[in-house]
Unconditional design. Structure first.
Length: 238
């Protein structure tokens, strides 16, 4: 006959087998029944590749420093409006955003003198030096332009050319492109390619999203365009 054994649940609990089971049940009822066993929430479940779910990644991601360069010559124009939509989403996700209205900045043309190759700074004393410093400091950069003759407008192209003194310092940035045009999306690809031409010259640049405001010509045409919601969503996705 099996001996009586004290298993730590209390003295005198029957045989080694029956007493152990009875003691275990009593212990559970006394100590554990009120505890709720929780499953891991969807936000912390890991995907098959071992990475955290998208929701959890966003929770853990640090706020980003976002710089929006709006090159529209019209305040409240179509591409400028999409910038505001993007900013709305980015700020809702907890990021810090600064918008520069390029048309209001004093930015001279690059003169190809290459003095900056010796000094690291442009000889022109205008607003570009401060903008360039912000480009270097940003985590995320948004380039926005209307489409003029199937390419970016002169305001944005002039700014891009003037990054020459420090363009190699604009490294490891995430980029978003915004363009608006009276024509359809297919006709805007050359503009997007021109913007990619810039980011292709920057070390570690990653283009994260393109927003096409197609079919928007006159000021205000972008209202009701699907690009409005898309811009908000792209901003929230940072």
């Amino acid at each position: 006959m099996a001996a009586n054994i004290d298993h730590g649940f209390g003295p005198g609990i029957g045989t080694a087998t029956e007493g152990w089971l009875e003691a275990a049940v009593q212990f559970w009822e006394k100590h554990m029944a009120s505890h709720t066993i929780r499953r891991p929430s969807d936000s912390v479940k890991r995907e098959n590749n071992g990475r955290l779910s998208n929701k959890r990644e966003k929770e853990l991601k640090m706020p980003q420093n976002v710089l929006v360069l709006s090159a529209s010559p019209r305040i409240g124009g179509n591409s400028d409006t999409l910038c505001d939509q993007f900013i709305k989403g980015a700020e809702a996700s907890g990021n810090t955003v600064e918008k520069i209205y390029v048309h209001n900045q004093a930015i001279g043309y690059c003169m190809a003198c290459y003095a900056c190759k010796k000094t690291g700074a442009c000889i022109q004393k205008d607003d570009m030096a401060a903008i360039l410093a912000k480009l270097v400091a940003a985590d995320v950069i948004v380039l926005a332009t209307p489409v003029y003759f199937y390419t970016m407008d002169g305001q944005l192209k002039t700014l891009i050319d003037r990054t020459l003194p420090r363009y190699t310092e604009i490294r490891d940035k995430e980029f978003y492109f915004i363009a608006t045009a009276a024509d359809e999306k297919a006709a805007m690809e050359r503009t997007m390619d021109g913007l990619r031409g810039f980011t292709d010259c920057l070390p570690g640049a990653k283009v994260r999203g393109l927003i096409y405001g197609a079919g928007a010509w006159q000021k205000g045409d972008i209202q009701g365009n699907k690009a409005m919601e898309e811009a908000v969503n792209k901003g929230m996705g940072i």
